[in-house]
Design a protein around this ligand. Structure first.
Ligand code: NAP
Length: 310
């Protein structure tokens, strides 16, 4: 078997780049498979104010690009490729990219998590036509229009606040009247005169797939039972994420929500396979914690290769 890599890293978000930086500096020439969302969630966000070292904050895409450059400077290699399946039953592990199979002595899984959707057929039909999970990508298209944001966590608050740059009004719709969002982000949205909150409310339908644009949302108040249509030009989802771990089904353990199960921080049940970042972290899910576990996975891979004499 030729071209066996010491380290392959699946995913190029904060965890993947950090694992790449550390393994590159250990002279292991890591190969990073970038996946279909290169840069991960940081590339879809705006100002990051809670990553230490940037007293004035830093734009998410700039932060992730800096990480990539830093790892690249020490020899990390990057390749675009979507992992179709893996075979972790024997070493070297096989990573199937469809047209090509890559073999690796150690594997670091940093495949992150992708946006969750409501799952309504009308919502799915209108993705890219007024339905979006990325305010920074699509907000600009709705300048001077009214926008709805769904969710009650930090993502929804961040999106709602950000979208007031473009929208005449943002309606934040949440299924409960309690919010998971941190106090500071919730208050920022609440204090924004352009944001209106609708609590205890769910979206039952999105109009109008026939017109290929969003014209209104059918809403239901869960406490009063009232059903009504809210005219809007766009619906942005901020309802959390689903871990990207399906390609490891049957090979690695996942919890009831699909997160990879790790012990001792980053160890999967297969020796030589490590998981870091949002694909295994349902508790913290921060850029800085993803970077931290990316570092741990890199150090474990390095130690594993050393112990194997490889
Ligand atoms: P989250 O905290 O899990 O919140 C998801 C929200 O969506 C919840 O309010 C949830 O409602 C709602 N939701 C979930 N499924 C739904 C459905 N099917 N229909 C309607 N509503 C639904 O996710 P997140 O806001 O993406 O945040 C994830 C992590 O990233 C958090 O740790 C957060 O602090 C962090 N984050 C930080 C920043 C920042 O600091 N700049 C920005 C964004 C995210 P319930 O509450 O009723 O379950």
């Amino acid at each position: 078997m030729d071209n066996i890599r010491d380290v392959v890293i699946i995913g190029s978000g904060c965890a993947g780049h950090t694992a790449a930086l550390y393994t590159a500096r250990a002279n292991l020439k890591p190969l990073v498979l970038e996946g279909h969302e290169p840069g991960g969630q940081l590339s879809l966000t705006t100002l990051v104010e809670n990553f230490p070292g940037f007293p004035d904050g830093i734009q998410g895409p700039e932060l992730i690009e800096n990480m990539r450059k830093q790892a690249g400077r020490f020899g990390a290699q990057y390749q675009l490729g979507h992992v179709v399946s893996t075979d972790l039953s024997t070493r070297p592990f096989a990573i199937n990219l469809g047209k090509e199979t890559i073999h690796a002595r150690t594997l670091i899984i940093a495949s992150g998590a992708s946006a969750r959707w409501l799952g309504l057929p009308s919502e799915q039909a209108l993705i890219g036509h007024g339905v979006s999970s990325c305010a920074t990508c699509d907000g600009f298209f709705f300048s001077g229009k009214e926008i709805a944001v769904i969710g009650g966590g930090d993502s929804a608050m961040e999106e709602a606040t950000f979208l007031t740059r473009f929208a005449t009004k943002v309606t934040l719709i949440h299924r409960r009247d309690q919010f998971r969002a941190s106090k500071i982000m919730l208050e920022r949205a609440q204090n924004n005169p352009k944001v209106e909150f609708l609590a205890d409310t769910v979206v039952e339908d999105v109009y109008d797939p026939a017109k290929q644009e969003v014209t209104a949302l059918k809403l239901r108040n869960l406490k009063t039972g009232r059903v009504w249509d809210l005219p809007t030009s766009a619906m942005f989802l901020g309802i959390g994420h689903i871990p990207n771990a399906r390609m490891f089904e049957g090979q690695l353990d996942t919890d009831q929500d699909g997160y990879l199960v790790t012990k001792n921080y980053v160890h999967t049940r297969v020796p030589g396979v490590y998981a870091c970042g949002d694909v295994q972290d349902r508790r913290y899910r921060q850029a800085i914690t993803a970077a931290g576990t990316g570092c741990m996975a890199a150090l474990e891979a390095e130690r594993f290769l050393e112990a194997q004499g490889e």
